[in-house]
Design a protein around this ligand. Structure first.
Ligand code: FE
Length: 344
């Protein structure tokens, strides 16, 4: 990519009188994104049509993008970082690559617990971390996260590694709800109940149930929805054998996390960036954004993707309304706890 900051500086010199009137510095938006979904084309083209702003996209894994923005420093052309998990957005904040913004549009559209209190990131869709089980093997599936640590499920559970941000954020939420001691006992119990050493992603945990390696798996909702709606190797075709539990319905609610983003600290097109985030909270954008990955919209009344409707209870479910910024706050302790109990 060209050095946009340099180009911007040159055009500022020539257009100084124009800038004094508050005209937009540029008709561009540089989007650093770890998303890569087919429906995103419509998401972006609608914004471009509505605003005349051209979106330049750079796609890579979240960790690579965070490192890249950090390395680019004050010359970074990045306007927006889009990624998943409040725990990872917290890492972006810690890396110093996001800046606070204030938007009445976003404050009005997005529940306070799904955005950073300082406006450095906002959630635009939600995923739930739920329990899947083999209906033929398990007659009394775990109903809560605490149940996953019950010795009666010894040797039955597949879950991914403790280095994974979803596992870290889940434990961070348990620390907040139950305290450090209970959280450690839970991590120990879950570790003791594993059918195998943690390996692979969420889809691999579901595949392991399909193949009979374990009877119970922990996974985000969209991985199963993807199998229902499309063609996931080793899973599509076996989905009928699965039961799903949205945990903690009688208590704190099911752990949810977000896909979200924020404005980069040195954004050359800050106004466009805020406009883009506000657009993401609009009804049509919400539908594209959430549908792209079979997630739950953050704005109420926006329809769900068909596959997601299929796995969600008809009566809906209660989500944990924990302030997701605490996932970042408890992240280091969660990592320590997994380490202490020897959860790989
Ligand atoms: Fe994921």
């Amino acid at each position: 990519m060209l050095n946009q900051k340099f180009l911007l500086a040159a055009s500022l010199l020539m257009a100084a009188p124009l800038m004094a009137t508050g005209a937009q510095a540029s008709g561009e938006l540089n989007l650093y994104s770890s998303r890569h979904y087919d429906t995103d084309e419509r998401l972006y083209s609608e914004f471009e049509e509505q605003t005349g702003i051209t979106i330049n996209r750079i796609e890579d894994s979240a960790d690579v993008l965070i490192e890249r923005i950090k390395a680019e420093g004050v010359n970074s052309p990045a306007d927006i970082l889009l990624t998943v998990d409040a725990g990872r957005l917290h890492r972006a904040v810690e890396a110093g690559i996001l800046q606070p913004i204030q938007s009445d549009v976003l404050d009005g559209a997005i529940a306070a617990n799904l955005r950073d209190p300082d406006g450095r990131w906002h959630g635009f869709s939600q995923r739930a971390r739920v329990i899947f089980y083999d209906k033929n093997e398990v007659s009394d599936p775990p109903q809560t996260y605490a149940d996953l640590a019950d010795p009666k499920y010894r040797g039955l559970i597949c879950a991914r590694s403790s280095s994974n941000i979803y596992m870290i954020s889940l434990l961070a939420s348990i620390i907040e709800r139950k305290g450090e001691e209970a959280a450690e006992a839970w991590a120990q119990g879950l570790r003791d109940n594993l059918a195998r050493d943690p390996e692979g992603g969420d889809t691999d945990q579901l595949r392991a149930v399909a193949s009979g390696q374990c009877d119970i798996a922990v996974s985000n909702t969209y991985y199963f929805a993807r199998a229902l709606g499309g063609d996931v190797d080793g899973l599509t075709g076996s989905t009928d054998m699965f039961g799903v539990v949205f945990p903690n319905q009688g208590s704190t609610g099911t752990h949810v996390n977000i896909s979200g983003g924020g404005v980069a600290v040195n954004a050359p097109n800050r106004e466009n960036a805020i406009r883009f985030l506000e657009y993401l909270a609009s009804e049509s954008a919400q539908q594209y954004f959430a549908e792209g990955n079979n997630e739950y919209p953050v704005v109420e009344g926006v329809p769900l993707a068909a596959a997601l409707t299929e796995l969600t209870p008809d009566e809906g479910f209660t989500a944990d309304d924990l302030d997701l910024s605490v996932l970042g706050k408890n992240q280091a302790l969660a990592v320590q706890i997994y380490d202490r109990v020897g959860y790989e």
